[in-house]
Design a protein around this ligand. Structure first.
Ligand code: BGC
Length: 721
């Protein structure tokens, strides 16, 4: 990488809250054969060459395990060069200096490093000569017109501010962590226009974009210098129809823009928001809803999966699931895109991963994140709860740290790419080696920190939690949950190891012992729905049919309600279908009352919520404390719709051969699922007709089609049954 010819530079004496604009003016002899700019920073940057944005990557260099891996972007700038050039690079706090965010280890911005940049321009002239222009003291720097910037504090801009440049100074900062760009770029996607402009009961001027989304806003206006445009965002309105921002917690989701004279346009450069509504707190004379729209941001990925049914509410759920993936696959897989969190929670990442692979090609996206997981894994094997890790982080525990086995295995299944397994095999084994060092019981995973079945609804009647933290945890036995995931991770290591040609006998023995110990300790005590689901899903019970029967009974007995949390919900419908209770799975999916997937749809949701009752039937909120309206954990149900309801699953890794076993239900007239696999397009459609069910199946590979228990094996082609 040529960038190492450059020096890290900073603004002399600037504090970490200053958003500097670095500048280099340089001459260039034309004609140029090829020119590139390599650049990165400790924050997020936007580069402009001769007043034109360099590249499309928003929030570059992205978020990685910075202490070990800081991505460098390389842009082709050949066509942008003139004889006289000015390169400007604005550096904001981004994820590097996470002011206003929990668990960063400090709340004091002075403890963060100041903004720094490192770059090199490389010009190859047509005559074959070359020139390098690296960052050094000849570069200049000024405070930029962005007066405040951060992922969790929005952006303030003063267009009347005069720039005043002075020489940059060299910063002592390591170049060892610099690596070439690995992940897909975050780029601007669709534009969304306000559907409605209205006054709330409190007389706030609010625009409704009709869609909860992740991105920022673009506005255009005529103004006099000094006039202000102030915008606040929100995901939902409160019961009375007023603007509500309580669930952002400490995140300041605002833009404050001081206009210059004349016609102008702007969009935030160094931050993003999760929102559906915008409140216009102040605007220049004559500003209207037509002058503003939203721009959606997410990592560049190819869409691979499509769902459509005869039920408009179910279709809205499918849309909500898709939007929750778009909103949370922004450089890293996040829990939510709006509050003061937006972290790469390992649990949420693994829970939604399978659904995610049905909807988008996520190979490159997860390739980068798994590299960060390897980099963040503790020497003794524990995997942090969030990746990239934070200063004040801890092991994720069962279901969270197990992302280290579950995600690579899922990617291998979907794409057939062995490198996901080979790259992660050592990390998987390290995680397994860690467990016995902390577990209180041999061959089980007990007595350790875990989020349990987070957010489950199965507290017994009358249970009053001592504190809010406890109220978020389900009632499943933590030791059972941890041990079940332990067994699963060992099972994955066995499968992965066999494929990689490794000796896995030690893990086979371990797995036998875990299953034995699990049965002995928990076999007769599968109380909660999640306990049953995990025992079934990870093949840990002696009599799965009896456990499945008990699970079905339990759901019926509590009024056809699921009670599972983040850990049990992703597997619940799968296990019901696997043991012949697809009718119950459908009941849960189609349930319009709380708790059910269509409840939030009935409340007007356009993304999937963190809590089944994020907005309660009476219109009040679950709580301010932890209430995201764009949280994809429960959106994981998409993998049941693709894989079971429509029945599309790989029969061998990467869908080299397929298996299509639809599970239709009369309550839905028709369902269509389309999946673009690495071997071509598979589609599965069913529809109830007067004479029965019509199936239309298309496959590019040898496929076993199973309908009503009867199976046929077909080759590439289209089939009507
Ligand atoms: C996140 C979750 C995450 C959890 C850990 C929350 O704040 O939003 O989705 O998995 O913390 O329990």
């Amino acid at each position: 990488m040529l960038i190492k010819n450059g020096a890290w530079i900073k603004m002399d004496g600037a504090s970490s809250t200053v958003v500097p604009l670095f500048r280099k003016q340089f001459k260039c002899r034309l004609p140029v054969e090829k020119a590139t700019l390599e650049v990165t920073c400790d924050g997020v940057y936007e580069a402009e060459l001769n007043h034109e944005r360099v590249g499309d990557f928003i929030l570059a260099p992205g978020w990685t395990e910075y202490s070990r891996r800081l991505q460098v972007q390389c842009y082709d700038i050949t066509g942008m060069l003139r004889e006289e050039n000015t390169l400007g690079i604005t550096v904001g706090n981004g994820w590097y200096r996470r002011t206003n965010a929990p668990w960063t280890g400090t709340d004091n911005p002075d403890e963060f490093l100041p903004a720094m940049v490192i770059a090199v321009i490389h010009i190859i002239y047509e005559d074959g000569s070359e020139e390098l222009i690296p960052t050094d003291e000849t570069w200049e720097v000024s405070e930029s017109r962005i007066t405040l910037s951060g992922i969790f504090i929005g952006e303030d801009i003063d267009m009347t501010k005069e720039l005043s440049f002075s020489p940059a100074v060299i910063a002592e900062f390591s170049k060892d962590s610099l690596i070439p760009q690995e992940g897909p770029e975050v780029i601007e996607q669709e534009r969304v226009y306000p559907r409605r402009s209205f006054r709330t009961p409190r007389n706030e001027w609010v625009l409704d974009f009709g869609q909860n989304l992740t991105g920022y806003m673009f506005f255009e206006t005529d103004a006099h210098a000094g006039e202000k445009l102030s915008l606040s965002t929100a995901e939902v309105l409160d019961r009375d129809g007023n603007f509500y921002t309580g669930n952002y917690r400490s995140a300041r989701s605002q833009v404050h823009y001081i206009c210059r004279e004349g016609h102008q346009s702007y969009k935030p450069k160094l931050t993003f928001f999760g929102f559906r509504y915008l409140r216009i707190d102040e605007a220049p004379e004559g500003f209207s809803a037509d002058d503003i729209h939203a721009i959606v941001l997410h990592s560049e990925m190819t869409r691979t999966g499509f769902l459509e049914s005869s039920d408009p509410m179910l279709n809205q759920l499918f849309s909500n699931i898709l939007w929750s993936q778009k909103g949370n696959y922004l450089d890293i897989p996040t829990d939510c895109p709006q509050r003061d969190e937006r972290y790469g929670w390992t649990g949420d990442g693994q829970i939604f991963c399978r659904a995610g692979t049905y909807q988008y090609d996520v190979r490159k996206f997860f390739g980068k994140w798994l590299s960060d997981m390897r980099a963040a894994q503790h020497e003794n094997g524990w995997v942090p709860e969030v990746i990239p890790s934070l200063t004040a982080y801890k092991p994720g525990g069962a279901g969270w740290s197990d992302a280290v086995t579950i995600i690579p295995w899922q990617l291998y299944e979907t794409y057939g790419d062995l490198t996901f397994l080979s790259d992660m095999y050592e990390s998987m084994k390290k995680w397994l080696a860690y467990i016995p060092t902390v577990s209180k019981t041999p061959d089980l995973f007990t007595g350790c920190w875990t989020y349990g079945d987070w957010l489950a609804l199965d507290h017994p009647e009358g249970y009053v939690p001592e504190n809010i933290e406890l109220s978020k945890r389900g009632y499943s036995n933590d030791d059972l949950v941890c041990s079940a995931f332990y067994a699963n991770s060992v099972a994955i290591v066995i499968r992965a190891g066999r494929i990689l040609g490794q000796d896995v006998s030690k893990y086979e023995d371990l797995h036998d012992r875990i299953v034995e110990a699990f049965r002995k300790t928990f076999g007769e005590k599968l109380n909660t729905q999640t306990e049953k689901v995990l025992a079934l899903h990870f093949d840990l019970t002696r009599d799965p049919d009896a456990v499945a029967r008990a699970l079905a009974e339990q759901i019926r007995n509590c009024g056809m309600k699921l009670q599972t949390g983040l850990v049990g919900t992703p597997y619940l419908l799968h296990e019901l279908s696997r043991y012949g209770y697809s009718d119950i799975a459908w009941s849960l999916l189609l349930r319009k009352e709380y708790p059910g997937w269509l409840y939030s749809v009935s409340k007007g949701a356009t993304t999937v919520w963190e809590h089944w009752d994020g907005i309660k039937p009476d219109g009040t909120f679950w709580d301010d404390d932890m209430n995201s309206y764009n949280h994809y954990a429960y959106a994981s149900v998409a993998d049941w719709v693709f894989g079971v309801a429509a029945g599309i699953k790989p029969a061998s890794p990467g869908f080299a051969t397929a298996r299509i076993e639809p599970h239709p239900d009369r309550r839905l007239e028709s369902l269509r699922a389309v999946l673009d696999t690495v071997h071509g397009r598979i589609s599965s459609f069913w529809k109830y007709t007067e004479n029965g069910i019509r199936y239309e199946i298309e496959t590019p590979v040898e496929t076993k089609i199973i309908i009503d228990g009867k199976s046929i094996t077909v080759g590439k082609g289209k089939y009507i049954l």
